[in-house]
Design a binder for this molecule. Structure first.
Ligand code: NIG
Ligand code: FE
Length: 403
């Protein structure tokens, strides 16, 4: 109780849930779009939201917690992260900042370190990153494999990931590993055969780095074979596409009915139109553009076309090592011209859409009681005070942790 501003994303109030592209012009429109209640209370029962509304009308509760006028948001849904790896690539980042381009070639460095690491070391590092994310308000995270690229290490990666989240993704097709560089089709047979068989029991999703411009990533036909094999094994598809250049990623993601296509940095008009008319979410990862010094994706064009836009960190040791959804929201607002309301929606409800989850990313009655409590009166502070640790406490399924 005593919540300064409660963001519920109540669909009864219209956009963004029905159309994140809807222009949000006045502050009262914005409040309605986000389902904002001021002077609010939330009632949590059995880990779920049981009631929201003005505190004065709240039903009596056993244990009332006074939130002292702070803003309460749905916990962030970070729908794209690579958290299971070993090694260090800070020198690669430093080289980029003095002019080297990002090519994806450094993935092999992390693969070598990850193969050599003990499972417990991978577990300890990944857990630490999830804890770091939680402290920044992320209550749902997707975790990919993709730094093993052999059967044993990919399976080990996904076993570790499964301990952390139900949103696990098999990304054996991250790149062609060094030992297969002269035998791409041999690697595809491995990924779609024995590696998939070993990994599918631990994964919900299958992903592929579809980027013909990167010599060690996968072209359209290769990526289609990976996604179709994953779907036959019971996994649902998501795609890394259009990161380094315009290419087939978006088209393929829409064709196979992927939940999301991620990066979307270089899009043609046809790609934008396709995303405007598809269920496939466009997931933007601006911390990668920040860390690779690349142009940012054109969020406004996607929103104008009616695409559903999600925001995620892509936390990984190579292209961008930020675990912070507040940082991503601030970049989206400042660098991609999303309104603060659009960015907040995309970082919560948008991420939930990208994971095809309806129980998280909002605080309507029945949602999981996953809350981020800000040391601020309104969600606007996420981009108004960038770089400041505003998340004061987090609730996960109704259990409170003070950050
Ligand atoms: O999402 N694009 C491919 N994969 C990762 C980066 C991997 C790396 O550089 O280690 C990404 O950006
Ligand atoms: Fe990624």
């Amino acid at each position: 109780t005593n919540i300064g501003e409660l963001v519920t994303h109540d669909p009864a109030h219209g956009a963004p849930p029905d159309g994140p592209g809807t222009a949000l012009s006045t502050s009262s429109d914005t409040d309605a779009a986000l389902g904002i209640v001021r002077g609010a209370a939330v009632v949590v029962e059995d880990g779920r939201v049981a009631w929201t509304g003005p505190a004065a009308q709240a039903p009596a509760a056993d244990d009332a917690v006074d939130l002292a006028g702070r803003a309460v948001l749905p916990g962030f849904v970070d729908s794209h992260a690579h958290l299971v790896f070993a090694g260090d690539r800070s020198a690669e980042f430093a080289a980029r900042m003095t002019g080297e381009p990002y090519t994806g070639g450094g993935i092999a460095t992390t693969v070598a370190a990850t193969r050599a690491a003990a499972e417990d070391d991978l577990r300890t590092r990944a857990r630490a990153l999830v804890t770091e994310m939680l402290a920044q308000g992320t209550t749902t995270v997707e975790v990919k494999s993709g730094y093993g690229l052999d059967v044993a290490t990919e399976a080990r990666t996904l076993r570790v990931a499964r301990e952390l989240t139900p949103e696990t993704t098999f990304l054996g097709a991250h790149t062609v590993p060094p030992e297969y560089l002269t035998d791409r089709s041999g690697y595809l047979d491995l990924v779609t055969g024995p590696m998939l068989a070993a990994c599918a029991p631990h994964a919900r999703w299958v992903d592929v780095f579809c980027e013909p411009a990167a010599p060690t990533a996968f072209d359209e036909d290769e990526a289609r074979a990976v996604l179709r094999a994953g779907q036959r094994a019971g996994l649902s598809a998501r795609v890394h596409g259009n990161q380094l250049a315009a290419g087939p990623g978006v088209r393929l993601a829409v064709e196979v009915g992927a939940a999301s296509v991620d990066h979307c940095t270089h899009l043609t008009g046809a790609d934008v139109d396709a995303l405007g008319g598809a269920d496939t979410v466009a997931t933007l990862l601006p911390a990668v553009e920040f860390s690779t010094r690349s142009p940012y994706p054109d969020a406004r064009r996607l929103l104008a076309a009616g695409a559903t836009v999600a925001l995620a960190t892509d936390c990984n040791p190579g292209s961008g090592f930020s675990s912070s959804m507040p940082f991503v929201v601030a970049l989206a607002v400042r660098e991609m011209r999303m309104s603060p309301a659009e960015a907040l929606w995309s970082a919560t409800a948008g991420g939930a859409r990208a994971l095809r989850r309806d129980d998280v990313g909002h605080l309507r009655v029945g949602a999981r009681a996953d809350l981020a409590v800000l040391d601020a009166p309104t969600h606007l502070y996420l981009s108004y005070r960038p770089g400041v640790p505003l998340v004061r406490e987090v609730w996960q399924a109704g259990t409170r942790s003070i950050v």
